[in-house]
Design a binder for this molecule. Structure first.
Ligand code: ACM
Length: 574
């Protein structure tokens, strides 16, 4: 009996030994992943079985081969043979963004149905290889950055069997370039990070009270005047304090060529760019340039220098010329940005200026008489915003595009829900986030979750309440910290009705720049919460595991270091 037990123990120990898992550093976690023993070593010269595939799929293979060559020196070439080192198999039964990846000691096989699926498979391969591969650096160049960087001599891919597809088809990231400006190269770095973590929509907040950043040829003063603030509140991350620049900030804006360059760069990473032109509020920079479109053209209008706040100087939606101005701007936006979505803001728009403006008063009473908006006792002027949104939607829809709005369009007191419903807009829900999403879904509108409150997807907020944390939005309370962001459920358990649930189309990490005036402070606040939102976007809820995220983030600090990005160190695994 004793001998039998001992034997059983030995078998058990052998089994555990055989299954002892190697660490595979893949974020977001795939839908299914089995980690096996061993690695596949990429030969110095290897083949990819893609030569018979469509051009778009060959392109993915070529891009992968280029990246591998830079990082490892291994040369890949496409072959028609079915005996390639890396086989690419088109399988129409696999979901649009999904892929299957098999890495054995003998080779790699990828199946997908689209270029995007293959792209994500290649991203996964690069991600589970040594960090210099995803960083796009040779070992030598990596060692110039981190002299102690070491990896195996030969490029190895751990043996895995992966079946993957995202939880949500909308996986977004928003950057506010209105309050502070980020260069084209800096935006490309952010797009690279999005692609590493398989995010697919870049929501580009291009206009604010503090700066108009999109060149509009028909209205040149938008950038000659609207992109320059007389001063600007900056943040010194090292000192952790604000300071005033003490001179004009700008002109800072993106030309049409800049925008097209970003769109193209993003397209190669399977990311769609969503331009946002915020209207009818948050538009002071435009009114500084064209005061005739405000509610008091004779008054003072200036590009706002104070970085936060909600201001009452809003577009005169009762003036047909101002409404046409908004249409004209969107026309140029749609000329430059080819994606399906156009975001027109609609958040935080006080109605005070409309209430005391004769054109708006007359416009409202005409709309009420014509039965086009409701005659409300309270929030009487809010329907003007709903009607303006409808006017913009007619214009956007005529170009075959889809409109996006912030949740105030349906949650602000007096918002005309019938009008908004008729637009079919997608609602970006931030505050009150879940209430906004529930209303949107009940109206048959799609909702994207970008929670501002506890469990915060507003990853510009302070990430910790420890001493010495640089100034940022909020106090770094627990509910804004990484574990809370990771634990947040974008679709609450109580949402079970499939007809409602299908409208929760995705999640977004959002980054406002009131307190963030440079890319390194951006990086510091964004990482690691960026990973937490990316995993919420991709990984099935039941597969998520905070300790695992923490381990993977800790491993990714190498990638972040190699790519010169700062990050918060509060939750690094010991
Ligand atoms: C917002 O945070 N004002 C959308």
């Amino acid at each position: 009996m004793k001998r039998f037990l001992l034997m059983l123990l030995c078998v058990f120990a052998a089994l555990i030994g055989a299954n002892a898992k190697q660490f595979v550093n893949l974020t977001p976690l795939p839908k299914q992943m089995i980690v096996n023993e061993g690695q596949y070593t990429l030969p110095k010269s290897y083949t990819i079985g893609a030569a018979l595939l469509a051009d778009s799929l060959q392109k993915e293979a070529m891009r992968f081969a280029e990246a591998i060559q830079v990082a490892t020196g291994c040369k890949g070439k496409l072959t028609k043979s079915k005996k390639a080192d890396i086989m690419m198999i088109v399988d129409a039964s696999i979901a649009h963004e999904g892929y299957q990846l098999s890495v054995t000691t003998k080779g790699i096989s990828i199946s997908a149905s689209t270029a995007r699926g293959f792209f994500y498979a290649f991203q996964s391969i690069k991600k589970i290889m040594p960090a210099n591969v995803m960083a796009g650096l040779s070992i030598k160049d990596a060692q110039k950055i981190l002299p102690w960087y070491k990896t195996t001599k030969r490029p190895e891919v751990p043996c895995v069997e992966i079946e993957d597809e995202p939880r949500f088809w909308y996986r977004g990231f928003m950057l506010d370039c209105g309050r502070h400006f980020f260069t084209v190269d800096e935006i490309k770095q952010i797009l690279d990070a999005m692609a590493i973590y398989k995010m697919n929509y870049f929501h580009w907040h291009l206009t604010e009270d503090q700066g108009w950043r999109f060149e509009v040829k028909k209205y040149p003063k938008l950038t000659t005047i609207g992109s320059v603030a007389s001063d600007c509140r900056m943040t010194d991350m090292v000192k952790g304090e604000h300071y005033w620049l003490g001179k004009p900030y700008g002109p800072y804006f993106y030309t049409h060529e800049d925008c097209k360059e970003i769109v193209e760069y993003a397209r190669n990473l399977h990311i769609e760019v969503i331009p946002e032109i915020d209207m009818p509020g948050h538009i002071m920079a435009a009114l500084a340039a064209y005061p005739e479109f405000s509610c008091n053209p004779e008054g003072e209008h200036k590009v706002q220098t104070y970085q936060g706040g909600v201001w009452t100087d809003v577009l005169n939606v009762g003036d047909p010329k101002a409404v046409q101005f908004a249409r004209d701007v969107l026309t140029e936006v749609m000329d430059v940005f080819p994606g399906q979505y156009v975001h027109i803001g609609g958040d935080e728009c006080p109605t005070n200026a409309w209430e005391s403006n004769a054109q708006c008063q007359e416009h409202l009473s005409n709309l009420i008489k014509e039965g086009k908006v409701k005659n409300l006792e309270k929030h009487r002027f809010r329907p003007l915003q709903s009607y303006f949104i409808k006017q913009m939607n007619d214009h956007i829809k005529a170009r075959g595009r889809k409109m996006i709005l912030w949740n105030e369009s349906i949650t602000a007191g007096g918002a005309d829900l019938d009008i908004i419903k008729s637009t079919g807009a997608t609602i970006f829900c931030w505050n009150p986030c879940q209430q906004g999403a529930a209303i949107a879904a009940s109206m048959g509108l799609d909702a994207v979750i970008t929670e501002w409150g506890p469990g915060c997807y507003y990853i510009n907020r302070k990430q910790h309440d420890g001493e010495g944390e640089p100034v940022a939005a909020g106090t770094g309370r627990k509910s804004d910290q990484l574990p809370a962001v990771y634990a947040y459920k974008p679709v609450p358990d109580k949402v079970t009705d499939p007809a409602i649930k299908k409208h929760y189309i995705g999640v977004q990490a959002t980054f406002w720049t009131e307190h963030v005036s440079d890319i390194q402070y951006f990086n510091y606040l964004a990482f690691p919460r960026f990973l937490a939102v990316a995993e919420a976007a991709w990984t099935p809820e039941e597969k998520k595991d905070f300790e695992s995220l923490r381990t993977r983030f800790t491993a990714d600090t190498l990638l972040l270091d190699l790519t010169g990005r700062l990050y918060g160190k509060h939750f690094i695994a010991k």
